[in-house]
Design a protein around this ligand. Structure first.
Ligand code: C5P
Length: 308
């Protein structure tokens, strides 16, 4: 077997432009019809083959590192286990994880880490896993992980793991307002959805209108068709998010929505300049306000240290 190389892989956060949620299936997961967009907030994973496994965490100022599981419990450890099992070997690896995506924020930061880790581990150990197998392992790791691998803008079916790219002719500018306090647990938000929507249909709402809007590239049309079935549950658990959504819209955004299961709120703006002005206005009231644009690429190699 040839030697691998230390490799850094970057993966992006996501926003759900449309999140249709149906009544829970027998396995407890909810059927989804969702449209994901990868946006320009990133986590980086550097993997180096080593005698022993370790995970070192570096966080951007706005990221609460306390919420990131260490000591073998990170989704990256699980990614190494599954990829290793697939190849019938143990992958001992030194990992450096650099996080800019808010933790437990509804932007799939953990899924981005898992996707970046799969690609970085594959290179670091020279495994040459096929894309098909990487996607299958990603789906086992979590519903959003396959999307984090492919990026761009894509429709997700099943529990979100069956992803197909869709036409997107826009360059979309977002203002991102992470929670001032703690994150929200995704299972808790789905449980509240079940309580609030006992009559949820078996088949989730489809994104026809939103797909049309994406193809036009017109921000106002996209703003009008943004949809999140988990928003009501997230607002019920965190009523103050309603005030934040109002604040962003008053500050000039075309539309604010809760990102996925929240509590991060994202605001679609009409242009880069519009997003900068909205972010500036929001900064008078909020500690952390970020700017992002989409769509951006899925997990990709940043640095492949040839000869290292
Ligand atoms: O797939 P993932 O590990 O990201 O899911 C985390 C949790 O979110 C699941 O354990 C489940 O409670 C909830 N979930 C769901 N339906 C989905 C996706 C996630 O109920 N389609």
């Amino acid at each position: 077997m040839s030697a691998g190389r230390p490799t850094t892989v970057r993966a992006a956060a996501k926003v759900n432009l449309h999140l249709g949620v149906g009544a829970p299936r027998e396995d407890g997961f909810h059927p989804l019809d969702t449209v994901y967009q990868a946006v320009s907030l990133y986590d980086d994973v550097l993997a180096t083959a080593a005698e022993e496994s370790s995970l070192e965490l570096l966080t951007a100022d706005h990221v609460d590192g306390a919420g990131v599981p260490l000591g073998g419990d990170n989704i990256i450890d699980r990614a190494a286990e599954l990829l290793g099992a697939h190849h019938g070997r143990e992958l001992t690896t030194r990992i450096h994880l650099t996080k800019s995506i808010p933790v437990a924020g509804g932007m799939a930061g953990g899924s981005a880490d898992a996707a970046a880790a799969l690609v970085a581990l594959d290179r670091a150990h020279d495994l040459r896993t096929s894309d098909h197998d990487l996607l299958a392992i990603a789906a086992e790791l979590g519903s959003d992980v396959p999307f984090a691998l492919i990026g761009g803008t894509a429709q997700g079916l099943g529990r979100g793991e069956l992803v197909t790219p869709v036409a997107d002719n826009g360059e979309w500018w977002w203002v991102v307002a992470p929670s001032d306090g703690e994150g929200l647990s995704t299972p808790a938000v789905y449980r509240r959805f079940d309580e609030l929507r006992p009559d949820a249909p078996a088949t989730p709402e489809d994104p026809t209108e939103l797909l049309d809007a994406l193809a036009t590239g017109e921000p106002l049309r996209l703003a009008r068709s943004l949809h999140n079935d988990l928003q009501e549950a997230a607002l019920d658990l965190r009523p103050e998010l309603g005030d934040l959504l109002d604040l962003g819209e008053r500050a000039g955004a075309l539309r604010g929505i809760v990102s996925g299961s929240g509590p991060t709120c994202v605001f679609l703006c009409e242009s880069r300049a519009g997003a900068m002005a909205t972010a500036e206005a929001l900064r008078a009231e909020r500690d952390v306000v970020l700017l992002a644009c989409g769509p951006v690429a899925g997990a990709h190699v940043l640095l492949d240290q040839a000869g290292a």
